[in-house]
Design a protein around this ligand. Structure first.
Ligand SMILES: Cc1ncc(C[n+]2csc(CCOP(=O)(O)OP(=O)(O)O)c2C)c(N)n1
Length: 658
């Protein structure tokens, strides 16, 4: 192995050696603890340390690094005390996730490290968002994100690289190519000669280096980072190395030919660097055992400190509370001036007003710039706010949700427009696992709103008209709103954008141009979690939201003799239990009306709640009127039959006459 120190002085080289040695010794201790049964799981990075250590050394302390499960060297090079890491691994209160997540699954703004979730791939697009925030605020920074070679097969890899290339983001995508993804060798993982060749396809630079050579990693990353700070653009860096132990300690290495271990043993990053430093006279042979003894004793002390730390005492309230960042609804004076607007224009108004209010708000989506979006909600936005903040995206929902989260991590707010709510299925993982769970895991708020043009009534068929709010209401960490009128559409959107938590904002396509109403000018907020009584009544309550509200109003207008109370939930997560309970107690008969299909829809949740808390006030069973348990068909007659509205009359009759 040939080392080139370039301009590094002896002091720096010794420092580098210590940084490289430390994670190896920590790991050796971990393996002992594992054998003793004192810790559970361990993903070894032995033999690969030069990549994590060398690349992290090359980044400035205020630049973000997004490591993976084998990158202990990133955490130690950023000088996180071992006791804090150990507390994290042991699930102690002083760990970064307070016992809520394991191993390296945490982030820390203090050390500018954004850890992975278990899923391989999503971290890559987060780096895009972080890089975008730096570019927008002209911060001249680079971001470093890791992936294993196995995970390059994930769609998230492709999406993140493509976005970064198209948007010229200063992100180093570092592939740690260690030969195996669990038991799968590279020959079964990809069919190109070198992974780095994929860079050509994305129109970005690519470099392939010896990942076991600390100085090669350090100098290459330093040079790339220095370059991209001045001239933002992504680079794909493939670092060749080898996994010297099992995927994790329990899984063994039987599937790896011994010959490979023999070859790579010779390339051990620490031994080789040590030999070089000795040959250069930078290190003296007698220093090495001295240094090791000192480190081992430090490791011992730090670790024992954590073993003696008290275990967490579970507390339900704390756990529930930490799912969301606490937020106070803003005090504001709604304008006395109102303008009559269509539902769609109210959304546009709320979005524009928010863009004016928060200079750090970025909106992203397919065709939303000059074209104005599939429904023209962002028409004129580019002219007012510029292309930096109003961004056309490539067609890659997962990557864009990830980029939105990255923006939020790096001090921005983001709104993403799904072209149709149905397409959220290809961005699902980022929403339910990343956006939703991050605050609970390590207290990082994710200030992202996803706009969801949803719903039926336009004969658009199974993939352009679904009601998919229940995919999200069951995921703690998300807020879900669903306005039915123009004023609420504006107020809930502005509230969603103001709220630092991730919010799924459902907007009904059928209402876009069919529904109008007076909307306050200027800033206007509607509190998330508060229902609205549309009309008071005494004989039965219809609890509904979205288009269902209009079906209920139509029903009531057709039956002026029946005193029906209509509650528009407006928010589904959290939802207004007090208002719903009060209505149920008052009328004693409840119909839950949803455009969504019946089974496991949100209506079931309301019904269960009322059955539990209002049973003695009810004069009839709680009834649900929902759409058929089928996919939603395109043909108009079939669609009408599918929708709950077709059964509203008969269900109400059954309820009232029970
Ligand atoms: C989306 C997803 N699929 C599968 C897994 C299970 N899994 C965890 S690590 C791993 C192998 C990863 O290989 P690679 O990306 O090369 O990284 P390495 O472990 O070699 O460092 C697999 C399959 C996962 N965590 N996430």
């Amino acid at each position: 192995m040939i080392f080139d120190r370039k301009n590094l002085n002896n002091g720096q080289l010794i420092e580098f050696y210590k940084k490289l040695l430390w994670p190896r010794l920590v790991e050796e201790k971990m393996l002992i603890l594992l054998r003793q049964g004192r810790i559970g799981k361990w993903f070894s990075g032995i033999g690969q340390e030069a990549i994590a250590v060398g690349s992290t050394l090359a980044m400035t302390a205020d630049e973000y690094v997004l490591p993976m499960h084998r990158n202990l060297g990133v955490f130690t090079t950023r000088d996180i005390p071992l006791s804090r890491l150990m507390a994290q691994w042991q699930g102690k209160a002083s760990g970064f996730t307070k016992g809520r997540d394991r191993s390296f699954h945490f982030g820390t703004q203090e050390y500018k490290i954004i850890g992975m979730i278990s899923h391989l791939g999503p971290q890559l697009a987060l780096a895009d968002g972080i890089g975008l925030a730096d570019v927008l605020s002209k911060r001249k920074k680079a971001t470093l994100v890791f992936t294993g070679e196995g995970a390059t097969s994930e769609g998230d890899f492709h999406e993140a690289l493509n976005i970064a290339a198209v948007w010229k983001l200063p992100v180093i995508f570092l592939i740690e190519n260690n030969g195996y993804g669990l038991s799968t060798p590279i020959s079964e993982q990809y069919n190109c000669k070198y992974l780095v060749d994929k860079a050509i396809g994305y129109g970005m630079e690519g470099r392939r280096i010896d990942g076991n050579n600390l100085l090669e990693v350090y100098h290459t990353v330093s040079e790339i980072a220095a370059n991209m700070r001045e001239k933002p653009r992504p680079v794909l860096l493939e670092c060749m190395t080898f996994r010297m132990r099992g995927h994790e300690e329990a899984s063994g290495t039987k599937y790896v030919p011994q010959q490979l271990f023999d070859i790579w043993k010779e390339k051990d990053p620490i031994q080789n660097f040590e030999r070089y430093l000795l040959s250069e006279g930078v290190l003296k042979p007698e220093w090495i055992p001295q240094m090791k003894t000192e480190f081992v004793s430090q490791i011992e002390t730090e670790i024992e400190k954590v073993f003696s730390e008290a275990d967490i005492i579970p507390d339900v309230e704390t756990e529930i509370r930490d799912m969301y960042k606490p937020y106070n609804f803003p005090t504001f004076q709604p304008s006395n001036f109102k303008t009559n607007k269509r539902y769609i224009d109210a959304i546009s108004d709320g979005l524009r007003q928010s863009m004016r209010k928060y200079p750090n708000l970025v909106i992203m989506g397919q065709d939303i710039a000059e074209y104005g979006g599939a429904f023209k909600i962002t028409q004129g936005f580019v002219e007012e706010f510029g292309r930096g903040r109003v961004r056309n995206t490539p067609i890659c929902e997962s990557g864009v949700v990830g980029a939105a989260m990255g923006l939020a991590i790096n001090d921005y707010k983001a709104v993403m427009e799904m072209q149709f709510a149905d397409f959220v299925s290809v961005g699902f993982n980022q929403i339910i696992n990343n956006l939703a769970k991050t605050h609970y895991r390590w207290e990082q708020p994710v200030d992202v709103v996803i706009r969801m043009p949803a719903g039926a009534g336009t004969g658009a068929g199974p993939f352009h008209s679904q009601s998919n709010e229940a995919w999200f209401t069951k995921t703690p960490g998300l807020k879900v709103v669903y306005p039915a009128f123009p004023d609420d559409a504006k107020g809930l959107l502005m509230a969603a954008i103001d709220d630092p938590n991730p919010v799924m904002y459902f907007e009904h396509k059928y209402l876009y141009r069919s529904n109008t109403g007076d909307v306050p000018d200027g800033d206007y907020y509607v509190e998330i979690g508060k229902a609205k009584i549309i009309q008071e009544g005494s004989i039965a309550s219809i609890i509904t939201y979205g288009l269902g509200v209009h079906w209920a109003i139509e029903y009531a207008a057709k039956h002026p003799d029946l005193s029906v109370e209509i509650i528009d939930l407006r928010s589904l997560q959290p939802w207004d239990k007090d208002t719903v309970e009060a209505s149920a107690k008052k009328t004693g008969r409840v119909l839950i009306l949803t455009e969504d299909t019946l089974t496991s829809g949100f209506g079931g949740e309301i019904a269960a709640h009322l059955a539990e808390y209002c049973f003695k006030y009810l004069d009839a069973p709680i009834m649900r009127c929902a759409s058929l348990d089928t996919a939603i068909p395109m043909n108009k007659a079939l669609e009408e039959q599918f929708l709950a509205k077709a059964r509203l009359e008969e269900t109400m009759e059954k309820l009232i006459n029970y």
